[in-house]
Design a protein around this ligand. Structure first.
Ligand code: AMP
Ligand code: MG
Length: 428
């Protein structure tokens, strides 16, 4: 029996129903570097100024700008070098008229000085390798320095007391850097969801084991686990459940300490699919046909864990491409919501079709494609090969999914098409 298109639910409807079952997880305190792609659960307030002192942006000489007025290569100003100041050191002497301090990038500006003359504007580069001016010798200045030249001001990056990173901010490498610059080793973020992953099917063999006749290797558990990781969750692999009530029930129970359970296969209308029966018996479950291709059958529900928590369950279709595309569309938003993120929508671009893309059954078609920029500067989308939902290599060759909406049966070469970019974090 086929389900009429009118009885199917849309991708958006399925997503909304799923999201209504998942919640942001609790805040945890953890090392800064472990928090990549998590969301700050606290405002980060600067305890001090950054930089903490005025310091030099260049290797050069700290001088009184007034002493350099009129300096040029023809008419250099000669100053007495009174100290040599590496980064990390402070000087408590005052730079007096006619004096200069040799100073390295990052070192605090000594009192009395109000400008930095870079080495390039002095006679230092003209000297031999061991003849740099030292304390007691002189340096010739070839260019007038304006007051403040090459000085990084105290607090110019961050002012003490200000919110540097607000709660809700997603942590990227630059946030890791900012947190570390404030001296922090730990940060409060919303916990990463643990996602238990179970493959079902008598025909499946674990990678690494010899392949038995009639079997295929379990691809879904690993592709989905990789997606979970890439979205910021923690996969927990439960292995393969055979299509028996006992095995399925036992394996599902092992997954109930997770924040979400994902199963693959056994949700379509096959004769041997006992998965549905077990799911219905063990938890609350709905079987949907979603108006999409690949990935029409989808199960969603919840189990009650021994500790009383309700664990959402996403039942993916078995075909490897359907399973990945469904997890992209439904699992990703769920993981993001648990992480406290709302930016789960992938960037889309408008591209020109290179191939004819067809879809006549009224479902939204997500066609695996590779997007490249043409010589004319426009984006072009080319299908990556046969679009059967078992052909995983054409998923691997793709960097996007071209979307043919429910009401558009054909996109011809040369026509525009919207592509959801899978590899891009952000719009170009
Ligand atoms: P099913 O939903 O059980 O009817 O499975 C649909 C198709 O997906 C069948 O051809 C299965 O062999 C295949 N399949 C199911 N699970 C996996 C898996 N974990 N890895 C690769 N292929 C699978
Ligand atoms: Mg099966």
């Amino acid at each position: 029996m086929t389900v009429p298109v009118s009885d199917m639910i849309s991708v958006e409807e399925a997503r909304e129903r799923i999201l209504s079952y998942v919640n942001r997880l609790e805040p945890v305190r953890q090392p800064v570097l472990d928090s990549l792609r998590q969301v700050l659960a606290e405002d980060i307030v600067a305890p001090f100024d950054i930089p903490p002192l005025d310091n030099t942006a260049m290797d050069g000489y700290a001088v009184r700008a007034a002493d350099t007025v009129g300096a040029s290569p023809e008419n250099p100003k000669e100053l007495r070098v009174v100290a040599d100041l590496p980064a990390g050191a402070v000087l408590d002497m005052v730079v007096m008229e006619g004096e200069a301090v040799r100073i390295m990038t990052g070192a605090p500006i000594p009192p009395g000085a109000d400008a930095i003359v870079p080495f390039e504007e002095t006679d230092e580069p003209l000297r031999g390798p061991n003849e740099a001016p030292r304390r007691g010798s002189t340096v010739r200045i070839f260019k007038e320095a304006k007051p403040g030249a090459n000085i990084r001001r105290r607090g110019e990056d961050v002012r003490a007391g200000t919110v540097v990173l607000p709660a809700g901010r997603v942590i990227r490498p630059s946030e890791v850097g900012v947190l570390s610059s404030l001296g922090l080793r730990e940060v409060t973020v919303y916990r990463r969801p643990v996602v238990a992953i179970l493959s079902t099917g008598d025909e499946l063999t674990e990678p690494g084991q010899p392949l038995e006749p009639g079997h295929i290797y379990d691809a879904n558990a690993y592709s989905v686990a990789a997606l979970v990781k890439s979205y910021g969750g923690i996969p927990k692999l439960l292995g393969i459940a055979r299509d028996t009530i006992e095995d399925l029930t036992a394996k599902i129970r092992q997954g109930l300490d997770a924040d979400m359970l994902v199963t693959s296969a056994g949700v379509s209308r096959g004769d041997y699919d006992v998965v549905k029966d077990v799911l219905a018996r063990e938890g609350e479950i709905a079987f949907w046909t979603v108006r999409m291709k690949p990935g029409k059958p989808l199960a969603f529900g919840a189990f009650t864990a021994p500790d009383g928590r309700r664990v959402p369950h996403l039942g993916l279709p078995g075909n490897p491409v359907s399973s990945m595309v469904s997890f992209e569309l439904f699992g990703r938003p769920a993981i993001f919501k648990m992480l406290g993120r709302s930016d789960w929508e992938r960037p889309t671009i408008e591209a020109i079709c290179r191939d004819r893309v067809e879809n006549h059954d009224g479902r939204r078609f997500f066609a695996r494609c590779i997007v490249t920029r043409g010589e004319d500067g426009r984006w072009y989308a080319q299908l990556t090969g046969p679009q059967g939902s078992g052909i995983l290599t054409s998923m691997s060759a793709a960097n996007g999914l071209a979307i043919l909406p429910e009401d558009r049966p054909v996109a011809n070469p040369g026509e525009p098409i919207t592509v959801m970019m899978l590899d891009w974090e952000h719009a170009p």
